[in-house]
Ligand binder design. Structure first.
Ligand code: FPP
Length: 239
């Protein structure tokens, strides 16, 4: 907990922002930006093992994104279904373990089945832990965790006075995953937008100007390397 320098962020979480603006600035439909964004996902995922990043978490669709035009939402889900179908075999071959976080109950049955299939297919892998946040919102995750914890109390499995941070953690979608060391957001916005509010308590942040479709594997490597030069104290003083 009092470790001062970490060479490589073990867990990087990314808010992939700017797809829409990237497309609009080129006179293209917004979905073209998401499509290019999916290509960037592939490159960044592939680069992780060589960089020493063992956990990568990607914010693919938030609980707020339903407010977007129907056509864009449908297009994004089509892209995600295609990604799972097309990339599944490659992710298995690369030794990636895929997990999804977020509330799946609002997603189509077809997509839920694809997600569960990929999770099962990759469950034994551990070269890269790839977590995709889909219909994810931090307040939503904490609310669902509180509901499940309350049910456990009602069943007599947990006593209220023994509840600590590690108790609540057991009910989060991210159970079993380390907290992110580095949270990166593209496209010049300086917000978390509900991404991993509990898990980011001690994370470092990096905000880059490039829009996600322009964010190359080289830029990702540069961010990972710059993390190694930061000093993390976790509330302690420098040693
Ligand atoms: C934010 O850009 C991006 C999203 C809401 C979607 C991210 C999804 C992908 C990159 C698709 C593929 C994902 C995976 C995991 C395969 P924005 O549309 O909010 O951009 P804007 O702020 O410029 O409008």
């Amino acid at each position: 907990m009092y470790e001062v320098k970490s060479e490589t962020p073990r867990h990087v979480a990314i808010i992939m922002d700017g797809n829409g603006r990237w497309a609009e600035s080129r006179g293209l439909p917004r979905i073209a930006g998401h499509r290019r964004g999916a290509d960037r996902v592939r490159e960044v995922v592939e680069s992780c093992p060589d960089l020493g990043v063992s956990h990568l978490t990607l914010f693919a669709f938030s609980t707020e994104n339903w407010k977007r035009p129907e056509q864009e939402v449908q297009g994004l889900f089509r892209l995600l279904r295609r990604y799972i179908k097309k990339e599944g075999a490659r992710l298995v071959a690369e030794g990636a373990r895929v997990r999804f976080i977020g509330d799946r109950t609002r997603l189509s049955r077809e997509l839920q089945a694809l997600m569960a299939g990929l999770e099962a297919q990759t469950a034994a892998n551990d070269r890269l832990h790839l977590t995709v946040a889909l219909n994810y919102g931090g307040r939503d995750e904490l609310t669902r965790a509180a509901q499940r914890l309350a049910e456990a109390v009602r069943r007599g499995e947990v006593s209220p006075d023994e509840i600590g941070p590690e108790t609540l953690e057991r009910f989060l979608d991210t159970v079993g995953l380390p907290d992110p060391d580095l949270i990166l957001r593209t496209s010049g916005e300086h917000r978390l937008s509900g991404f991993l509010p509990w898990q980011s308590a001690y994370s470092e942040f990096s905000f880059v100007e490039a829009r996600w479709p322009d964010f190359t594997a080289e830029m990702f490597a540069a961010e990972v390397r710059s993390f190694g030069r930061r000093e993390r104290r976790f509330g302690a003083i420098a040693g």
